[in-house]
Ligand binder design. Sequence first.
Ligand code: DC
Length: 226
Amino acid sequence: MIVTIDGSAGSGKTAAAHALAERLGFRLLNTGAMYRAAGFLLLRAGIDPYAEPRVAARIGALISSLRFDMTHDRVIVNGEDLTDHLFTAAMGPVASRVATFPELRTPLKAEQRRIASAGDFVCEGRDQGTSVFPHAEVKFFLHASAEVRADRRLGQLRAKGEVADREELLAQIRARDEQDTNRPLDPLAKAPDAIDIDTSSLTLDAVVDQLWDAVRRYRSKARPGG
Ligand code: DC
């Protein structure tokens, strides 16, 4: 069974997907982490993601040679554990940029389907319900206002003892929304059959309860009495 959770940066989808997967006993596929890894590997290969025109054939060849292992919250690519390099503030915009390249999305989407063919998965990202798994059994679309998302990010950074400017965070969130929503290929969008959840005024537990209820309803309809 596949459950998809799509949503914008800061909508709470990663934490919710993690908790839902644990509660269901499913594996989790964090596809944003795969775009982050791809961006990291392009930079390491000396390819500037912002250069125009870009070296599409080289990017395509590099990405097509990657095999991902996403188990236990680690991002292992061709046997190398990249996890500790990926979840930095700098890698978010790079991932968003490289995610606009068709020669990169096509092999990554194929990897996502290969990984998720191995069992029951909660797949989270931007295009899981619209493009990668259009036949997923249950789909969700999470969103929250940009202001709420900036405040959440500010809280996370302060908890780590880091100083940040709310207006700057808000501008970064808006820029990322703009890039993820307006790209021609697989833009962030709600699938017509996705359940829409505004997380602005919900706690993580309340979001996870809603996801869980919807999956439970689907399962009892699919297997009456089961
Ligand atoms: O979820 P995240 O913030 O780690 O994702 C980083 C970027 O990767 C995001 O801004 C856009 C891109 N992405 C994508 O295009 N498609 C996905 N399924 C997941 C992420």
